[in-house]
Design a protein around this ligand. Structure first.
Ligand SMILES: [Zn+2]
Ligand SMILES: [Zn+2]
Length: 326
């Protein structure tokens, strides 16, 4: 089978032929139909995630079909494989509904091979059932961009006005969900990125502007998806007293110093890490109810490096999705 492998930190992916993996107890062999390209994959290829093992096949937004193994899903069932690949089940976090924080957790496309391949092996307990009315490529961005975005959204509580910094795959899904809930979305993009601002308005944003602009009104919460630490103090200045700034990325450049007055007034800064299976089930139930339109650009698996390059350079509206074929 064809795979796109990260052999060492900082090296471009290599397209290789590999043996078909065999499922063991409780595992399923999944034939990949589509795999989303996440910002985290760029960080993994660039060597910015210290926990990652190499060589590894990235990809944790996998839409595929069970071909063999396990007993939870009959062969032929379409499933989603997301970032959370395995947790210990016995630590204080696993025991309190916070398996996303398990220190022994393994992640798809980071510790175990992911979906930049024609097939992958997954623990069936961590596979997710997918709503039927999304095509394979259209469903892929739901599995991380959608899911992590939704977990961040939970941290925004009942905020009526929400800022989204970085209008890529996660924000374009979350904007639609938030608007369906009657929230008002304020989108912040790179300065001068008219295309992204137009895209944000198409996804329902009430206002779209540059990240260094102040929104037309103070916000209840802001979620940062861009891996840019300087956005943290920037976002703090846009939220009201008691407001919250939520950092949704796994990696960010350093946060510059800022006056304490910007934090004062019971403003909070929190990070969101990983996801639980319950997050997955809850979000996919929302996706079944709210007709989310995911904007995707598909690439054949052989062009995985081009997809990463387009994401890195900010050339995408929405999400890149690899389609392995075969
Ligand atoms: Zn654990
Ligand atoms: Zn991801």
């Amino acid at each position: 089978m064809l795979t796109a492998r990260a052999l060492a930190p900082g090296a471009p992916l290599r397209i290789l032929d590999a043996a078909l993996p065999r499922p063991e107890g409780g595992q399923v062999l999944v034939q990949v139909k589509a795999c989303g390209v996440c910002r985290t994959d760029v960080h993994i290829v660039d060597g910015e995630i210290p926990a990652c093992r190499y060589p590894v096949t990235p990809g944790h937004e996998v839409v595929g079909v069970v071909r063999d193994g396990g007993n939870r899903f009959p062969a032929g069932t379409r499933v989603g494989v997301a970032w959370l690949a395995w947790t210990c089940g016995e630590c204080e976090y696993c025991g309190s509904g916070r398996e996303n924080l398990c220190e022994r957790a393994r992640f798809t496309g980071c510790h175990v091979d992911g979906g930049y391949a024609q097939y992958l092996i997954a623990d069936e307990r961590y596979c997710l059932a997918l709503p039927e009315h999304y095509g394979d490529a259209e469903a892929a961005p739901l599995l991380c961009a959608g899911l992590i975005g939704y977990r961040c959204y939970g941290f925004a509580g009942d905020a009526r006005t929400i800022g989204l910094y970085g209008f890529g795959a996660a924000a374009h899904v979350l904007a639609q969900v938030a608007c369906a809930d009657g929230r008002r979305v304020f989108a912040f993009t790179r300065s001068g990125d008219e295309k992204a601002q137009r895209f944000a308005r198409e996804c329902g944003a009430h206002w779209a502007g540059a990240a260094d602009e102040m929104p037309p009104e103070p916000l209840d919460a802001a979620i940062i998806f861009a891996p840019v630490g300087a956005l943290v103090p920037q976002a703090l200045r846009t939220v009201k007293r008691g407001g919250r700034v939520i950092c949704g990325g796994i990696h960010m450049s350093d946060i510059p110093g800022f006056p304490y007055a910007w934090l004062w007034g019971e403003r909070e800064i929190v990070s969101v890490a990983n996801l639980t299976r319950t997050d997955g089930e809850r979000f996919l139930a929302v996706a079944a109810r709210v007709p989310i339109r995911t904007a995707v650009r598909t690439y054949p698996l052989e062009r995985a490096n081009d997809a990463l390059g387009d994401l890195r350079a900010g050339r995408l509206s929405g999400a890149a999705v690899l389609v392995p074929g075969g």
